[in-house]
Ligand binder design. Structure first.
Ligand code: GDP
Ligand code: IMO
Ligand code: MG
Length: 422
């Protein structure tokens, strides 16, 4: 059974926790897009792990984890992450962590270019994670990028970086930023490359062998549908295809290898960074932050919280081909009197069931809500559908109806044990 796990909102839906849950019965976990802009939290007992580039399957023994060709990989960031995980007792070897030789690399100048571009956007800034993601994917698309295989060839890497820097330095200087030297860039990644070299391989035949051999593969999505460069709230998006199609192009496994698509959504909606958020509520954000919840796993920024937006969910379910929903953080609504669900946007007097493409339209979209009674009780101890209060069941049933997909998993807490299988 090969399963894609994708976010249906603006990221941070709880994908890491769901991947961790599924990994128990899987053999391989593969990341196919994004970079260390991602932050996937997995809580096991008293330990909290935050995965950025390493697939969340690493927390289980004897599973193969693959960083696929579609990922943009910051070697320094990855080594830091590996070391943090090792300090937490996680074993990482060339056998349980494979890195695609085709993965593009994020180098220090990409991070600076990210900052420079954000500055240049002025009031249109995106609020990126500043991890160099946009510039690295730009270099890939304009064919100025370096892949892991290139970096492992020192002569070639030197040449490629030195040509790329001529242009990159010009841009950096124009923005008043310090330029880079080839030797300094190479020097900064030297020890990271030494650490990563044994992990770098052609991951595609390995993944095909697993597929053909009947192994179970989980595709771990990063970011979420509305950060997708095609389907998201452009231009307030990331630079990769975060939706289910990205799992194939990012891993080298074909669409016929996929058996199901699990769409992960929170029981409400959050976003970090700039851009529209139609159901955003300051009162609800304060309420969740007051409980110590909804702070970004990568940047620590406060997430902007709002009610469940089913205009987003309906569209996300469609473009991802969601076969099953995983609804997380239901417990975040436990103490609310009334709970709202947005079923449509009203834009200039006309109701819309799907998100608009025109960027201006987001500025005057007004949510159309229906209100559901809260359950006002603690769900964190629930372990089955029947344990959930009737109001929570009704809420999930309505969510499923609006998203046009069945709910298969319900999260009622951050712990490995706090997932209800329906
Ligand atoms: P990801 O990027 O999609 O993996 O999600 P993040 O890890 O960035 O953010 C999800 C947050 O919600 C993390 O702090 C998780 O520990 C937490 N979480 C996930 N599922 C649940 C849940 O069902 N209930 C609660 N209370 N927290 C959850
Ligand atoms: P996970 O995998 C939430 C957001 C950034 C910014 C926009 C573009 O943990 O769900 P980028 O650095 O990618 O160029 O930033 O995308 N963003 C995320 N928001 N979760 C993520 O990943 C994100 N990755 C990027 O905040 O608004
Ligand atoms: Mg996250």
């Amino acid at each position: 059974m090969n399963t894609i796990v994708n976010g249906l909102q603006w990221g941070d839906e709880g994908k890491g926790k769901i991947v961790d849950y599924l990994t128990e019965d899987a053999d391989v976990v593969v990341r196919g897009q994004g970079g260390n802009n991602a932050g996937h939290t997995v809580i096991v007992g008293t330990s909290k792990y935050i995965l950025h580039l390493v697939p969340s399957g690493i927390l289980w023994e004897r599973k193969q984890n693959v960083i696929g060709n579609g990922v943009v990989l910051d070697p320094i960031g990855l080594v830091r992450e590996i070391e943090t995980l090792e300090d937490q007792g996680v074993t990482i070897t060339p056998e349980n962590l494979l890195i695609s030789d085709r993965a593009h690399v994020v180098l220090p100048y990409h991070c600076d270019l990210d900052a420079a571009q954000e500055q240049a956007r002025g009031k249109f800034s995106i609020g990126t994670t500043r991890r160099g993601i946009g510039p690295a994917y730009s270099d890939k698309a304009t064919r100025n990028g370096l892949r892991m295989a290139d970096l492992l060839n020192p002569e070639l890497a030197r040449d490629l970086i030195s040509v790329r820097l001529e242009d990159a330095n010009f841009t950096l200087k124009r923005h008043g930023m310090t330029s880079h030297e080839t030797a300094e860039v190479l020097g900064s990644i030297e020890s990271a490359l030494d650490r990563l070299r044994p992990h770098v391989t052609n991951t595609i035949p390995t993944l095909h062998k697993a597929w053909k051999g009947g192994k179970s593969i989980v595709f771990e999505g990063a970011q979420g549908t509305f950060l997708d460069i095609d389907f998201g709230t452009y231009p307030f998006v990331t630079s990769s295809n975060t939706t289910s199609g990205g799992a194939c192009t990012g891993s080298g496994l074909p669409p016929i290898a996929i058996d199901r698509v699990i769409g992960v959504c929170k029981a409400y909606t959050t976003r970090v960074g700039e851009g529209a958020h139609i159901t955003e509520s300051q009162e609800f954000s304060d309420y969740l932050h007051g409980m110590g919840r909804e702070f970004g796993a990568t940047t620590g920024r406060k997430r902007r919280c709002g009610w469940l937006d089913c205009v987003l969910l309906r569209f996300a379910s469609m473009v991802n081909g969601v076969t099953d929903l995983a609804v997380t953080n239901l417990d975040g609504l436990d103490q609310r009197d009334d709970i709202k669900i947005c079923t449509a946007y009203e834009i200039d007097g006309v109701q819309h069931s799907f998100p608009p493409a025109q960027r201006d339209a987001w500025n005057h979209a007004v949510p159309v809500y229906e209100t559901h009674p809260g359950w006002k009780s603690d769900t964190s101890g629930c372990r089955s559908w029947d344990d959930l209060p009737p109001e929570a069941q009704a809420y999930l049933t309505r969510l499923s109806e609006l998203a046009d997909a069945p709910v298969k998993y319900v999260g009622i807490g951050p712990d490995r044990e706090q997932t209800i299988l329906l």
